[in-house]
Design a protein around this ligand. Structure first.
Ligand code: ADP
Ligand code: MG
Length: 694
């Protein structure tokens, strides 16, 4: 174990009490502490003259202490420590409230540097003041300033330790312990990127030289920040590279059969495959026939027809006597996949089971015995009780809602089964690189023919009547409608229209039609029967919540109202809109807003009106929201970056990936770099060996 992995208690000034505080920050070892970076920097470089500073400013001054007194305010049981300093140009008073111990440090005659907000004493005209400034004693020897007179790091802290205490400890550790960190990146890579050394980088990100560009520090884009981000991304990508290599080396199932089931399915389909679907189906078949397991991602915008492609793959496995599982992120989606798949494969004589929550004894037994070849379900599929007789292929729909771990877990239900991941939500490239870095990818870049783009319009309360007319016209033609609400009932969110109330209102307006209700608080059986009735056309208007957001596919539904459209995110609006425009008839998405809406919401709605293109919308979404929200999806995953930021550092991620994959390609055991190898082992161990080498 490297000495950087020693417990923080071996640090000067850190005892058991402090160590506890540090642990609360996730800091256990010296290494953790060195990589605990400031979240911002304050510019306290310029030491100003007292004559020069103005009230309202934040300034740093230096002077010698003329007087130092503790004043007690009896009434308020308050102790104030007051000093007056001078620097030739003027005098300044500094006060600290309830910190009388400062008296023991700051003495008359000493030189001090003070940093803080300047105010002016009202009782004694002319004397500038600072309340609770940061201070530092200037000593004769050349001790560098830590808290003042420099670019000062500010850390995220926890109660019980002050910035100043923390900074002081950090300064000592950076001075004395940085050398314990070993640089694990191959020198050729460092050179290629022109990175500063590891030790320089660590010192500089904590206590930057005064000539550093402070903006680059505050945006974490200084060369030293980049170097440290790269280190982290490089290790991560090495892990991925090994995972991919290991997976590809495994012996999988080499499916070989005449493809009769596929042919039968194509025969019962009411359409022919698009060119893109055919191409991707072929790519999948090539993988399935190979001796190594398939790990493939199918990407394609909503409605491009991924389901049928995955079903073809599933049937290919079934024909060889294996089972096929399809996992979806929500019950509604699982149910609807199930209904779809059943309606198709029933015709060719294959049974199919649905596994969601609740009592699943029947399907569970059928899957265990192997009687049921095709299983559709939610994450209930990866529960312990689910045992497959012979799982041959695992398909995961809308995968980013699952963690990377869950994907792996479904795969473990068989012996190296083929794995197919489908994603519709357009995600920024950086994210897909990270989340799917170990997968091969296929893109369905073509929509089925005769799709008309969905007409999208924005309405507000005052123009609602127009909507009712349009809705009635569509329903009269035999079409169906979705009306999407942001809340289930009124109690849920204040001031929001809700689905339950909405259903009552719409029943009144459209008394001649059947209005159904669908939301997440209903049980599976209820929802299943509602969806089935909607599918059969027995329900004309389906009032619902965002439970229908992903995947639901009913081509006869041609009109969607989104109530409180201003409350929805762009990606979500796009997903919702994807539920209409699935047939050949003109479809409508009507965005209804309430109250005054923010400029940002207006931008979202404008983009929705202007574009039907998922990729364009994803990029705009990233522009508007910033990366924060996208990063939410990472939390369940394995990419727990401390320094790097996958959106901000997408270029670094790219090159880290390339460098890592090249390295593993050329030196699969990393024999040439023992330090790197060791570092990687620690990295993998910390992540439950999710990544393993070799
Ligand atoms: P997604 O890619 O969003 O999951 P689906 O697989 O749900 O899309 O397919 C959307 C709709 O398009 C479904 O109704 C499906 O039956 C239909 N579809 C799929 N492929 C074709 C095709 N080649 N021609 C016509 N319709 C198709
Ligand atoms: Mg789908």
């Amino acid at each position: 174990m490297a000495s950087a992995d020693n417990d923080i208690q071996c640090i000067k000034d850190v005892g058991p009490q402090r160590a506890k505080l540090f642990r609360r920050l996730g800091v256990h070892t010296i290494r953790d502490l060195l990589y605990y970076l400031p979240f911002r920097y304050e510019d306290r470089r310029a030491v100003r003259t007292i004559a020069d500073i103005l009230p309202g400013e934040h300034a740093t001054v230096r002077g010698s202490v003329l007087s130092a007194d503790v004043v007690t305010l009896r009434k308020r049981r308050f102790k104030i420590f007051i000093i007056v300093i001078t620097d030739e140009t003027g005098v300044l008073r500094a006060k600290w409230f309830n910190q009388p111990f400062i008296r023991n440090t700051v003495k008359v005659g000493q030189d001090v540097v003070l940093s803080g907000a300047v105010s002016r004493d009202v009782s004694e005209k002319g004397i500038p003041e600072m309340e609770n400034p940061e201070f530092e004693i200037v000593t004769a020897d050349d001790t560098p300033y830590i808290h003042t007179g420099r670019i000062v790091p500010i850390y995220r802290l926890t109660e019980g330790i002050s910035q100043k205490q923390f900074r002081k400890i950090m300064f000592w550790v950076v001075q004395h312990k940085t050398k314990q960190l070993l640089d694990h990146i191959p020198p050729s890579i460092i050179e290629r990127h022109n990175f500063p050394s590891l030790h320089t980088s660590v010192r500089q990100v904590h206590f930057p030289d005064n000539d550093t560009d402070i903006d680059s520090l505050n945006s974490s884009s200084s060369s030293c920040h980049k170097r440290l981000s790269f280190d982290e991304l490089f290790l991560f990508e090495l892990g991925i590279a090994f995972m991919k290599r290991r997976a590809r080396k495994k012996k999988g199932i080499a499916f070989r059969n005449p493809g009769e089931l596929q042919k039968s399915l194509l025969n019962v389909l009411p359409f022919t495959l698009t060119k893109a679907q055919e191409r991707v189906t072929k790519e999948i078949l090539t993988d399935m026939k190979s001796e190594h397991p398939m790990y493939r991602l199918i990407q394609g915008d909503v409605g491009c027809g991924k389901t049928i492609v995955s079903l073809l793959a599933m049937l290919y496995a079934v024909e060889s006597g294996y089972q096929a599982a399809l996992m979806a992120p929500t019950e509604v989606l699982a149910e609807q996949h199930y209904l779809n798949i059943v309606s198709l494969i029933e015709q060719i004589g294959l049974p199919c089971a649905l596994v969601t929550g609740g009592d699943m004894k029947g399907p569970v037994a059928g899957v265990a015995s192997g009687e049921i070849p095709v299983v559709v379900g939610t994450h209930a599929l990866i529960e312990e009780r689910m045992i497959f007789k012979r799982l041959g292929i695992a398909v995961i729909d809308e995968q980013h809602k699952f963690g990377v771990m869950q994907r792996a877990r479904l795969g473990k239900k068989g012996i190296n089964p083929d794995v197919l991941v489908m994603t519709a939500t357009p995600i920024p490239r950086s994210l897909s690189l990270t989340l799917y870095g170990d997968l091969d990818s296929s893109v369905i870049d073509e929509l089925p023919p005769n799709r008309t783009s969905v007409v999208t319009e924005v309405f507000d309360e005052n123009t609602k009547a127009d909507i009712y007319t349009l809705l009635r016209k569509e329903i009269k033609k035999g079409r169906q409608a979705y009306i999407v609400y942001p809340a289930i009932d009124d109690s849920e969110k204040m001031n929001l229209k809700s689905a339950i109330q909405g259903k009552i209102a719409f029943e009144r307006i459209y008394s001649e039609y059947t209005v159904g209700l669908l939301h997440g608080r209903m049980n599976t059986a209820e929802r299943e029967s509602i969806m089935a009735a909607f599918k059969r056309g027995e329900i004309h208007i389906l009032v619902c919540t965002t439970v229908i957001e992903v995947g639901v596919d009913i081509p006869n539904a041609t009109i969607m109202l989104i109530i409180h459209a201003e409350r929805f995110g762009l990606a979500q609006l796009h997903q919702l809109r994807g539920r209409v425009g699935r047939g050949t008839d003109r479809s409508y998405c009507l965005l209804v807003t309430y109250g005054t809406i923010t400029e940002e919401a207006m931008r979202r709605l404008d983009i929705m009106v202007a574009s039907n293109d998922g990729n364009r919308i994803a990029e705009e979404d990233l522009n508007i929201r910033g990366p924060g929200d996208f990063l939410g999806v990472m939390q369940s995953g394995i990419a727990d970056f401390k320094i790097a930021h996958i959106v901000r550092d997408v270029k670094l991620l790219d090159s880290a990936k390339k460098n890592a994959f090249d390295l593993v390609e050329g030196d699969p055991e990393i024999k040439g770099y023992p330090v790197l190898r060791e570092e990687l082992e620690v990295y993998c161990r910390k992540r439950d060996n999710f990544y393993r080498m070799g």
